[in-house]
Design a protein around this ligand. Structure first.
Ligand code: ADP
Ligand code: ZN
Length: 722
């Protein structure tokens, strides 16, 4: 028997299938989609069996071992990997690795083991002539009644008697896998849906292969709708995947699903240990669960027979893998899988991405709406504080409006959430006095500061200008790099309000396992008055006693040098505002900003997504950005800056020769131009049809594949061009 094996090195030069001979004693264990270990040069590597071959004229090496007893990649995922490779130009092996938990990756997964429990059963052929004493009889009877009994339950009766029964072969041992996570079957907490919610549910379940966009304001009961739809498909014996951004995949969310669906769910998120993830993956792969809820990579969950795929907060850029191959978007994968399974995709958001809303407007997606909150209340009133005016009256980073609101909220024994918008980078320059930032006249994105040349540069098109000392708007000499941390704000607050209990939540304080859960539980319990944090506090949280949301600095995300900065700011402000007034008590929101007239902020204040959408679409059209054009970023990096730049120019020239209708920008410096001694340039393409790019892209990638001085990364539809 001969098989084709894809070995586990994510390197373009070995991205092909090698043939191996299977020794006859292993033939029965070989299946397409299992891993094997093979000799490769002087190394021993793991690889996936992808194909059976007829015969071979050449002498082949033998497979060393078959690693898995069950298939790791099923037929659907094997095909899917090939499609991803084609679409992202990544090595095939990385397209498969991204689908699997760490435990199933060569090297990395070696010390993640399966746990077993030991059980005992009665040997059907036991020697009945042996006479049992009383304790032995007791154990025998327990096992006889229950058929299979855990070791520890029998040890507690008598260890020595158990030993005797085993020695006499009256009892037999059986090992069964022990999953680290246990889900309790809760009482099925079903809510009677409102008429609006019911209408959405019935639209979705009426057709079986559609893409729906559910545009529903915060607190309109989208999650409840998702669960009802999942329940429907469950009744048809069909499975579901629910994707949630990591950041909102809070214990609260999982608890809601768990209460309703008990151990029919598997949850995949970064709060799990590698062992727990591996257990969850095996439960899924064995068909022991019907619902998978997880972050981006859960889109690859090996569920069969899908009824629906749901992406909550579909606008979230966490659905795009940007930092490694393959640079895929979970939404695209959802579409491919839905086609295979003839199932629907439901995209949900209070602030849909422009791409999705534009498709819904065109009728490509079916638009569904939930315009009201479930509690019948208006969305919370939003007050904008103009920091240009408040500047002199500030207490630290707090305007008097925000400070007084926090105080009165505290006095009423209600809770508040404070957002420190830290999505910024210190490399752009802002006027401390008026909030002015420099923008590129060509690309309308923030210019970034380059210390070495003391210039401001556009990292899309390369435009540059000298740095001024004086602000062109207010003529003050007050330029600074922004960069305040949550810790500093916490200290300020403690000084201003010594009796207030503050809970700080950011990546530092939540990195320890279980900490996030603990914090959320204690805030819900009102052990704290203020939840202060970064983007983490903006999404997915549902606290009945929160009546005030404060945004300390709305502008940082506005100033990120990215064409999506307005969209991201609008959605962040809308999301965080949505944490206020979710139950019976009236909520309010205070946003501090230097840009009170910016449309992203004004429309967020009015909860007016559609007007924001219109205005942003006009800008995107004028500047030829998505959704009017697709973007692609080619990053060219290496140690020798001048060599890399020369090659980048060559690449640009050959792109220009081959692609007549494509707009090509750059090469320009990437936002982080030098990282670990590696220089990074980028070329940005704006195009209408991706198919015409692939031939020339493949040529470029192939041309450099063996060149160690240069690295080419291609990122289609980058979430951020940084
Ligand atoms: P969204 O996901 O749109 O923000 P949720 O599904 O979290 O909204 O609902 C907001 C709140 O309203 C939650 O506390 C939820 O339990 C509650 N809720 C949702 N639907 C109903 C309903 N039909 N009846 C009563 N409460 C509901
Ligand atoms: Zn520019």
């Amino acid at each position: 028997m001969i098989v084709g094996v894809l070995v586990e090195i994510a390197n373009k030069s070995v991205d092909k299938i090698f043939d191996y001979h299977v020794p006859s004693n292993m033939e029965n264990d070989i299946k397409i989609g299992v891993r094997v270990s093979v000799p490769f040069g002087r190394m021993i590597l793991e690889g996936f069996v992808l194909e059976f071959r007829d015969s071979s004229s050449v002498e082949l090496k033998d497979i060393i071992d078959v690693v898995d007893s069950d298939i790791v990649l099923n037929q659907e995922l094997l095909e899917l990997g090939k499609t991803i490779k084609k679409k992202t130009l990544s090595p095939l092996i990385s397209c498969y690795q991204v689908m699997l938990p760490k435990a199933l990756k060569a090297k990395k997964g070696k010390d993640i083991s399966i746990k077993y429990d030991t059980y005992y059963k009665i040997n059907p052929n036991y020697d009945s002539s042996f006479s049992l004493n009383n304790t032995q009889k007791k154990i025998f009877d327990i096992v006889k009644e229950k058929e299979l009994v855990l070791r520890k339950d029998l040890l507690s009766v008598s260890a020595s008697s158990l030993q005797t029964l085993l020695k006499k072969k009256i009892l037999l041992e059986e090992k069964k896998e022990h999953y680290r996570l246990q889900y309790q079957d809760g009482p099925s907490l079903k809510k009677e849906l409102t008429a609006d919610q019911k209408a959405v549910v019935s639209s979705v379940i009426q057709s079986s292969s559609q893409t729906f966009l559910l545009y529903g304001v915060t607190g309109s009961g989208k999650t409840e709708v998702y669960m009802e739809i999942i329940d429907y498909y469950l009744s048809l014996g069909k499975n579901s995947i629910v994707l949630v951004p990591e950041i909102s995949l809070t214990p609260q969310m999982i608890e809601r699903f768990q209460k309703r669906f008990g151990n029919q769910i598997a949850a995949l998120h970064s709060g799990l240990s590698d062992g727990e993830k591996y257990d969850e993956w095996r439960r899924i792969s064995r068909g022991e669960v019907s619902i998978v809820i997880g972050a981006r990579s859960a889109i690859f969950a090996p569920l069969l027979n899908l009824g629906i795929i749901i992406l909550d907060e579909e606008h979230s850029d966490s659905y795009k893998q940007s930092d490694a191959n393959p640079r895929y978007h979970a939404r695209d994968i959802a579409m491919i899988r839905a086609k295979t399974h003839h199932c629907s995709v439901l995209l949900g958001s209070a602030t849909p991405s422009l791409e999705s809303m534009a498709r819904a407007q065109k009728g490509v997606y079916q638009l569904l709406e939930l315009v009201n909150r479930v509690n019948g209340k208006q969305l919370p009133k939003v007050t904008i504080v103009d920091m240009n005016e408040s500047f002199s009256k500030m207490k630290g980073h707090f305007s008097s409006e925000l400070f007084e609101s926090i105080q009165s909220c505290f006095q009423k024994k209600e809770q508040s959430i404070l957002l420190l918008n830290r999505r910024g980078y210190a490399s752009f320059v802002t006027c401390k006095n008026c909030g002015f930032t420099f923008k590129c006249p060509n690309c309308d994105i923030t210019l970034t500061y380059h210390k070495s040349s003391n210039t401001l540069r556009c990292h899309y098109c390369g435009y540059g200008e000298k740095v001024y000392n004086e602000c062109p708007k207010c003529h003050e000499k007050a330029f600074s790099n922004l960069g305040i941390g949550t810790q500093r704000i916490e200290e300020e607050l403690k000084e201003l309000l010594p009796n207030v209990r503050i809970l700080r939540m950011d990546y530092d304080t939540t990195s320890k396992k279980g900490k996030h859960e603990e914090m959320i539980a204690s805030f819900k319990n009102h052990e704290y008055d203020i939840l202060l944090g970064t983007q983490m506090v903006a999404k997915g949280l549902d606290f009945a006693n929160v009546t005030l949301v404060g945004v300390i600095n709305a502008d940082t995300s506005l100033n990120i040098p990215d064409f999506r900065s307005s969209e991201n700011t609008f959605s962040l402000l809308s999301q965080v505002a949505g944490r206020s007034g979710r139950s019976a008590k009236e909520g309010r929101v205070i946003i501090q900003t230097f840009n009170p007239d910016h449309y992203a902020i004004k429309y967020a204040q009015k909860h007016d997504y559609l007007s924001f959408y219109q205005q942003e679409m006009d800008i995107r059209k004028r500047l030829k950005y998505p959704p009017y054009y697709y973007l692609c970023c080619i990053r060219i990096s290496g140690k020798n800056a001048s060599f890399i730049f020369q090659e980048a120019l060559k690449i640009k020239n050959s792109l220009e020769r081959n692609l007549k209708s494509v707009i090509i920008l750059g090469p320009s410096n990437a936002l982080v131009f030098k990282m670990n001694q590696i220089y990074r340039y980028q070329i940005i393409l704006k195009f209408k049809k991706e198919d015409e790019l692939y031939p020339i892209f493949s040529k470029i990638v192939d041309h450099y594949q063996f060149n160690r001085m240069i690295r080419i990364d291609i990122d289609f539809n980058p979430t951020q061009v940084l």
